[in-house]
Design a binder for this molecule. Structure first.
Ligand code: IMP
Ligand code: MG
Length: 179
């Protein structure tokens, strides 16, 4: 374990087992549907790449990057699209893949933005949910784990761009923030 990680919240094995479950459910729900999986850069990349390999129906991939103004551990709700989808989305069912829903501000903006483009549906799959932190009403259609109000890193999630590559999810030691 990295020296700056205080405790492991979810092991690599727990994450992979959950992804198998999510993939099976999503595969059932999207049978015969034109599915576009939209990963939100950069945090969702690791989760998305494991998740799509457990989805057994045809799908296409695309990515969006958004930046929400705020500090490194707190988002503000003002969202800017830094990278957009490559194609229009009429006739497609969109599944947004997120790393974590915290205040919900980023996701609420994204869902509304995508619905306005006229797809057949927009649903959300998140690996982690921190429901106690919600500022706006938004709920995932598929959720890996609900977690307490702690800042977590690993498996795509970063603190100042570090720790994304860890195969597990952990909580930082307090001294890691002060560097
Ligand atoms: P929201 O708009 O507050 O829901 O923030 C969502 C984004 O904030 C996520 O996509 C993450 O990039 C970041 N975030 C929120 N909580 C955490 C955390 O505990 N660790 C790392 N990043 C987080
Ligand atoms: Mg981040």
């Amino acid at each position: 374990m990295e020296s700056e990680i205080g405790k492991v919240l979810l092991t690599a094995e727990e994450i992979q087992a959950k992804i198998k479950e999510l993939g099976a459910t999503i595969s059932q729900d999207y049978q015969g549907k034109n599915l576009l999986v939209v990963g939100i850069l950069k945090g969702a990349v690791i989760f998305m790449s494991d998740l799509v390999r457990e989805i057994k129906v045809p799908l296409a991939l695309d990515f969006m990057a958004v930046s929400s103004y705020g500090t490194s551990t707190e988002s503000s709700g003002v969202v800017r699209i830094m990278k957009d989808l490559e194609r229009s989305v009429e006739e497609t069912h969109i599944l947004i893949v997120e790393d974590i829903i915290d205040t919900g501000l980023t996701l609420k903006y994204l869902v509304e933005n995508l619905i306005a483009r006229g797809p057949l549906s927009v649903k959300v799959c998140t690996l982690l949910d921190k429901p106690s932190r919600r500022k706006v009403e938004v709920a995932p259609d598929y959720n890996g784990f609900s977690i307490p109000d702690e800042f977590v890193v690993g498996y795509g999630l970063d603190f100042s761009e570090r720790f994304r590559h860890l195969p597990y999810i952990g909580v930082l030691k307090p001294e890691a923030y002060s560097k």
